[in-house]
Write a protein that binds this ligand. Structure first.
Ligand SMILES: [Zn+2]
Length: 323
């Protein structure tokens, strides 16, 4: 695990180096083509020293006058760039991420979103989820595996039902960036395509550059218990926990297979609830029926949570997909 952090640090360092090189190249190029800008830069630098001296000496008025001259110099530079056909910001420092300037760390010491995004990508590479997504995505999804023969007492055939499900999934993906309380609860027995569609959704959103975290209920509980009982303050654990709260999509697969107790139930509740409050989407898939869920998770608030989920019922003969 710790090698992941090293790798991310290296990635960020490479990014900073490349951007710095590119920036220096641009400066040289412009100095060559528009020598006036070199002179203006010299002037700005010496003004900068003057401003620092003035403000250290407590002369606020002079400092602010100098700052004004610096701004004028910058405006002149931009004017020269634009009139030579360059973008106004051509000589600005270059960062992939303006929030942290590619350091991965924010001013308050917290980890930046871009760092967390790198981390989820690395975690995906490590887990087998990435391989799953390669196999299970919308382009490999086959409608013809679903039966057009009525199943048990259901009004719709599994095929018709899957058509309805895909419409819900489409709506979910289409409105994903909107804070519309549209979360998904996939339920039904195994082998109906719940995990397949969860993976397809995760893959689609990863492709759109969202942070997606995929946890089985079992591994989720493991994180929560480690955090409670072995709180060694490790960054790994802290980040894993933060990601549960902050990911744009959290997929909780197989809810109900974990060893549920009051502690884990209330923790899972807390995570889902704070995600609801901050407008982040959650996809839960479970073999439990809604009535089983209310029996397992007796917390009254849990039922309130599920009001914010669209229940999506999978049924039909076992397709043996999810083994
Ligand atoms: Zn950043």
């Amino acid at each position: 695990m710790s090698s992941i952090y090293l790798e991310i640090e290296k990635t960020l360092e490479r990014r900073r180096d490349e951007n710095e090189k590119l920036h220096r190249k641009r400066v040289e190029e412009i100095y060559e083509k528009i020598p006036e800008i070199r002179e203006i830069d010299k002037e700005i630098r010496s003004l900068g020293f003057g401003a620092a001296r003035a403000s250290l000496g407590g002369d606020k008025e002079e400092a602010s006058e100098i700052m004004e001259s610096i701004q004028e110099g910058k405006a002149m530079k931009e004017g020269l760039l634009v009139s030579s056909g360059y973008r106004r910001d051509y000589l600005d420092e270059i960062h992939q991420c303006d929030l942290c300037k590619d350091t991965g760390t924010l001013e308050d010491g917290g980890r930046c979103q871009c760092y967390k995004k790198e981390l989820t990508h690395h975690l995906y590479k490590m887990s087998n989820v990435e391989r799953m997504i390669e196999r299970q995505n919308f382009s490999t999804f086959q409608m013809d595996v679903f039966s057009k023969i009525p199943f048990e007492d259901y009004e719709k055939t599994p095929w018709e039902n899957m058509n309805d499900i895909l419409e819900v999934v489409d709506a979910f993906l289409e409105t994903f960036p909107e804070p519309n309380d549209m979360n998904l609860l996939f339920y039904g027995s195994t082998g109906q395509g719940k995990t397949f569609l969860s993976n397809a959704i995760a893959g689609e959103l990863l492709e759109r550059n969202y942070i997606v975290v995929y946890q089985t209920a079992f591994s989720l509980v493991d994180i929560l218990e480690q955090r409670k009982f072995r709180n060694d303050g490790s960054e790994e654990l802290k980040l894993k926990y933060e990601l549960l709260l902050e990911a744009d999509l959290l997929v909780i697969d197989d809810l109900g297979t974990e060893m549920a107790n009051n502690f884990t139930n209330s923790q899972i509740f807390n995570i889902v609830n704070s995600r609801l409050i901050s407008g982040k989407k959650t996809l839960i898939s479970t073999n439990l029926s809604p009535s089983d869920i209310s029996k397992t998770y007796t917390d009254r608030i849990f039922s309130r949570i599920f009001d914010k989920f669209v229940p999506v019922h999978f049924y039909g003969p076992d397709l043996r997909w999810e083994r």
